[in-house]
Design a protein around this ligand. Structure first.
Ligand SMILES: Cc1ncc(COP(=O)(O)O)c(C=O)c1O
Length: 399
């Protein structure tokens, strides 16, 4: 008998998660995984934050039901999402917020909404960007194209090129995806002044900003990292924001995110909310409770909020220190390659400038796993492996 599934070809492994499979199978005792975007502490663990543990304990004693959440999720969670992103910049009645399974879920709901509700919608995404952006928009059959972002030196933002593309290639009504902070994969963010220029172009061209906000607090701090988003919101009255709490609460596997839509009028926000709910209903029906309940518990309790903020500071400061330590240690290897351009970069990731061949050599010879583009997860480095990492990088640079 014919096997109907015999026609199904094997899909290529995910560019980043596939590397983790290869890493897990590697028997090199000194192997290092600098590919996947997960924070690690000095012992190499991705810890559960104390604020999260305390919130979970509260939930364990107080939780009354495992009944379904509503389609849009927990109301107090959604209120906190709005406040973290917008502060008091936008009146609550103009913002529709839905709890989603992670930032990925938020992006997919946003994509389905744009595709079905805005005729002719098209999204402009930075080049380069997180690989999954294009994949999500393609899956939602939402047309998308790239705008220039990274300069030819691969160490800075090409603002002129970005503005030119948004002005000349994007049409009024198109959507433009912006990384709110800690651009993935480059770590290169616009400065406050550059955000003003970007916001002006968006307003002038009547583009719809879609802000991917997955690293709030990992760059310069919770409020400082919202400067770009708020600068844009100063200039427009319609936007979408996709929040992820995977990184800043260390809640990766709990799948905690949100999609927010800002409308010009409360009645429009309510109508959009009803459509966003339809997208959710036919996708995953309603979000998982636990992660959202943890975040809501922390942010509703001033003591837990203070603990969380200090844990977030610790994570951010550690990443900054590791980036500095890498730059300093590379100087001592004698490779003659100055990595100081990494210092102003924000968040977990840095574009190292290593070529795909050098990346491959690091993997084969030293068991060091970096994404083919040369993107390094700085948070995957540690004080104890810094010297051996830098020696290996120096050897492939000299090779
Ligand atoms: C830029 C960006 N957006 C969204 C996400 C999705 O986050 P989540 O794991 O919450 O789905 C990530 C995760 O790596 C990311 O880097």
């Amino acid at each position: 008998m014919d096997h109907r599934f015999s026609v199904v070809p094997t899909a290529p492994p995910d560019a980043i998660l596939g590397l983790t499979d290869a890493f897990n199978a590697d028997t090199n005792p000194n192997k290092m995984n600098l590919s996947v975007g997960v924070y690690k502490d000095a012992t190499g663990q991705t810890p559960v934050l104390q604020s999260v543990k305390a919130a979970e304990q509260k939930l364990l004693s107080n939780e009354k039901t495992k009944g379904y959440l509503s389609i849009g999720g927990l109301q107090d969670y959604c209120d906190h999402v709005r406040t973290l992103a917008f502060g008091d910049q936008v009146p609550a009645e103009r913002v529709a917020v839905l709890q989603t399974p992670g930032g990925t879920g938020a992006l997919r709901v946003a994509a389905d909404f744009l595709k079905t509700q805005l005729p002719g919608a098209k999204v402009w995404i930075p080049t380069p960007t997180w690989d999954n952006h294009r994949a999500i928009f393609d899956a939602a059959l939402l047309p998308n194209d790239g705008y220039r972002y990274l300069a030819a030196d691969r160490t800075s933002l090409d603002l002129d090129a970005m503005v030119a593309d948004l002005r000349e290639k994007a049409s009024p009504g198109d959507t433009v995806l912006l990384h709110g902070c800690c651009h993935n994969p480059t770590g290169i963010d616009p400065t406050a002044e550059q955000w003003k220029v970007i916001a002006d172009v968006i307003a002038e061209r009547r583009l719809l900003p879609l802000i991917d906000f997955a690293y709030q607090g990992f760059g310069d701090g919770l409020e400082a990292d919202a400067v770009g988003l708020r600068t844009v919101m100063d200039r427009v009255d319609e936007a979408m924001v996709c929040t992820s709490f995977s990184k800043n609460f260390g809640l990766y596997s709990e799948r905690v995110g949100a999609v927010s839509l800002v409308a010009a009028q409360a009645s429009e926000a309510a109508a959009a909310n009803s459509q966003l709910k339809r997208m959710v209903r036919t996708n995953y029906s309603n979000p998982p409770r636990h992660g959202g309940a943890i975040v809501a518990t922390i942010l509703s309790d001033p003591e837990l909020t203070a603990i969380w903020k200090s844990e977030l500071d610790t994570m951010r400061n550690r990443i900054t220190q590791l980036r500095q330590q890498f730059v300093e240690t590379m100087k001592t290897t004698g490779a003659g390659h100055d990595f100081s351009f990494l210092l102003p970069q924000k968040g977990m990731f840095s574009y190292s400038g290593l070529t795909p061949m050098q990346v491959d050599e690091l993997k084969q010879k030293y068991g060091i796993y970096i994404v083919g583009s040369g993107r390094i997860n700085v948070a995957g480095m540690s004080e104890s492996n810094m010297q051996s990492l830098c020696d290996a990088v120096a050897s492939v640079l000299e090779g």
